[in-house]
Design a binder for this molecule. Structure first.
Ligand SMILES: *Cc1c(COP(=O)(O)O)cnc(C)c1O
Length: 401
């Protein structure tokens, strides 16, 4: 089971069919006001994001959600997605893995607690603590570090304990944390939680949760309260209720990532973005004419093609030419030739079915063929990658919530 889920994440699943995703046609109208220019853009859909949050909250049995917004909010944009998550009543706080992301969320007006799940310098911590960012503690230096930060920030340091229960990547080894947490507590840190990362191996996940729980109860027996416990990322929220603890910590599912085959089949989550561009050229090729470098694709008969001014620098996979399609005016148009840095050519067919200026969608929820999971699978990447690689340089257009 775990192996098949992981394989799914890596793009080994079958193409979602219209029936499985429940949407054979356009599920929503496009934006009322798409940008006037020919620069491609990422459209962010706050209603889809909020709906995904509600789905995840249901899976979590109503536990609060600590919404992970790392890597530019999974590609959507911190300034666009952050405030939507902040407003969602099911979300108790946001979590990131870079100090700059915490600052960007505050700059975007996010008011709920933000957890930085990473190391930072004393100088960074002073600024972050003043901006109500919670630190993650795991180093030997944590007690002294927090004392100094508290003094310089003139604030109590609020923090979560980051524990390594077997992932072997980040956090403090839970079997070497008892004396340490007592020292952290003596340094005057306000402990607001303790968390770990699961290896996504169901039997071992249970063991990891047990190690975290045992750590917390040993601390409690010594008079140290570590606060709410959390471990579950999207996959565990969906499939392992025994890991849900006091709050859950998903990212990908909130943005519409499918996380598992079972979730794909239930079609409850919707990608909360579209990758879009306008048709920049419409041309009729004669039989034998080629497209792109080395004329990698040739027309067998007179064929209309459209050029979209969007390419792999924007986050559309270079390998999308292996079977991906763009949706233009409700019609699917296959990608041909080569996805180059800034251009993609699609086939319209025997007729010029699109015009210069028409909006093309390369990824989004509107049709199973352009679902990010399909694009990822057909282009041999993971669905996480399809989101994470959306260029932060593309303009964002936020639909009305
Ligand atoms: C990315 C991340 C998450 C969320 O994982 P998803 O699979 O996106 O739900 C949770 N915790 C930590 C520490 C992470 O780095």
């Amino acid at each position: 089971m775990a192996a098949s889920r992981r394989a799914f994440l890596l793009g080994a699943a079958a193409v979602p069919t219209a029936a499985r995703l429940g949407r054979g046609t356009l599920s929503r109208p496009g934006p009322a006001d798409p940008p006037p220019g020919f620069d491609p853009w990422v459209e962010v859909d706050p209603a889809a994001l909020a709906a995904n949050v509600r789905v995840v909250a249901r899976y979590a049995g109503g536990r609060p959600i600590l919404a992970v917004a790392k890597n530019n909010a999974y590609g959507l944009g911190l300034a666009e997605a952050g405030p939507v998550l902040d407003r969602a009543p099911e979300v108790s706080g946001l979590a990131v893995v870079r100090a700059g992301e915490a600052r960007a969320l505050r700059d975007a007006g996010v008011r709920k607690p933000i957890l930085l799940m990473a190391r930072c310098t004393v100088d960074e911590a002073v600024e972050l603590v003043r901006r109500e960012v919670r630190l993650s503690l795991f180093g030997d230096d944590a007690p002294g570090f927090c004392a100094e930060v508290g003094r310089r920030a003139r604030r109590q340091v609020r923090a979560h304990l980051y524990l390594d229960t077997g992932m072997g990547r980040m956090g403090r080894r839970v079997d070497r944390a008892d004396d340490w947490v007592d020292e952290v507590a003596r340094a005057g840190v306000v402990l607001e939680g303790a968390f770990t990362e699961l290896t996504e191996d169901p039997d071992f996940d249970r063991e990891q949760v047990e190690r975290l729980r045992a750590f917390a109860s040993r601390a409690a027996a010594r008079g140290v309260r570590v606060g709410p416990l959390h471990a579950a990322s999207s996959a565990a929220v969906a499939h392992q209720p025994e890991t849900h603890l006091d709050l859950v910590r998903p990212g990908f599912a909130l943005y519409g990532g499918l996380v598992s085959r079972e979730m794909a089949e239930r079609a409850e989550l919707r990608p909360a973005f579209r990758l879009r561009a306008r048709v920049a050229r419409v041309e009729r090729l004669e039989a034998g004419d080629g497209v792109s470098y080395h004329r990698r694709w040739r027309a067998e008969r007179p064929t209309w093609v459209a050029t979209l001014p969007i390419g792999y620098v924007d986050g559309y996979p270079a390998e999308a030419v292996k079977g991906c399609e763009a949706l233009i005016g409700g019609r699917l148009c296959p990608v041909v030739g080569t996805v180059t840095a800034s251009h993609t050519v699609v086939v319209l067919g025997d007729e010029p079915t699109a015009r210069v200026g028409d909006v093309a969608t390369l990824m989004g929820p509107d049709h199973p063929a352009i679902h990010p999971d399909t694009v990822a699978r057909r282009s041999g990447t993971s669905e996480y990658g399809a989101y994470f690689r959306l260029s932060p340089l593309l303009p964002r257009l936020t639909l009305a919530g």
